[in-house]
Ligand binder design. Structure first.
Ligand code: SF4
Length: 294
């Protein structure tokens, strides 16, 4: 899952010679997010038009070494705990108010739940976080939701729930045609199946829904596209899916296609307002926007 979620000062997934773990400062979330990239080979069952993963630099064929991953997480959390992290040349200018661990997030160059070591990596992340005294910091799984109905994924997320876990699930469309055009799933994944997966996961714990809205060439999301998307939110809500929040965001950086552009802040807000009209109890945020100062 390559999308970012906020105003971020450094987008790199590389820090020193670390292979899987990377630090990111986010102004929006107000601190440091420690990312875990299980998909160093860029493996994903989507091919989103807005994906920011650079497939020329991914490490194809490389297996994840869980011991190395755990050692990297240990090293970075240890440095945050003793304050040494903030002396790092890349982070020593971080404003004081952002010098705090906000979360640990499975968010890399592909779909984390599709990795065979996902469950083991969740357990390792919980143990490592707790070892360093950050027991109240959430462990976030940023997912395209296609595998939220798999027994191994369900079991791993249940264990995360008991250890301050969060699920952020992608829902970019309400019509099959929009889903296929924007997310370009590989195989036979349908929007109905994705919505069913989100619904099932959201009945086990409230989750965050993340939605990418963007301008495709001259095309902005029209009324029918947005209404169909909101219909899906209503369907989820009425079906008992717990929704903590809906995050609307737009493209912020270079994507694989040159004709994709951000929506304006006003356009994002208009969608948020439209959701609010149908689902007034739902919390909706929007981030970015072509005219947002950063
Ligand atoms: S889900 Fe989409 S944006 Fe995320 S890594 Fe896969 S192709 Fe890229």
């Amino acid at each position: 899952m390559s999308e970012s979620s906020g105003l971020i000062t450094d987008h790199s997934r590389h820090w020193h010679d670390f292979r899987y773990v990377y630090p990111v400062i986010s102004r929006r979330s107000g601190g440091l997010s420690v990312g875990i990239n299980l998909n160093v080979d860029g493996a994903c069952n989507y091919d989103c038009i807005y994906c920011q993963v650079d497939l020329t630099t991914v490490r194809r064929g490389e297996a994840v070494d869980l011991k190395v991953l755990t050692a990297e997480l240990d090293a970075i959390l240890s440095a945050v705990a003793d304050g040494g992290f903030w002396r790092d040349e890349k982070f020593n200018a971080t404003p004081t108010e952002l010098r705090r661990l906000n979360d640990i997030a499975f968010s890399g160059d592909g779909e984390p739940t599709a990795h065979p070591l996902f469950a083991a990596a969740c357990d390792a992340a919980i143990a490592c976080r707790d070892r360093h005294g950050f027991t109240d910091r959430p462990i976030v799984v940023i997912t395209n939701a296609t595998r939220l109905d798999r027994p191994d994924v369900i079991a791993a997320l249940d264990r995360l729930d008991a250890a301050t876990g969060e699920v952020w699930a992608k829902l970019d469309a309400g019509r099959e045609e929009d889903f296929q055009r924007i997310d370009r799933p590989k195989g036979n994944v349908t929007l109905d199946r994705v919505v069913a997966c989100i619904g099932e996961a959201g009945r086990r714990r409230p989750l965050v829904i993340q939605t990418m809205l963007l301008r495709e060439g001259d095309r902005v999301p029209g009324e029918a596209q947005i209404d169909a998307y909101i219909d899906r939110l209503v369907e989820l809500f009425e079906g008992g899916c717990g929704i903590k929040r809906v995050d609307l965001y737009t493209v912020a950086r270079e994507t694989r296609r040159a004709d994709l552009h951000p929506l304006t802040e006003a356009e994002l807000k208009a969608v948020a307002d439209r959701i609010g009209d149908r689902l007034p109890r739902l919390s909706v945020t929007w981030h970015g926007g072509a005219d947002e100062a950063s």
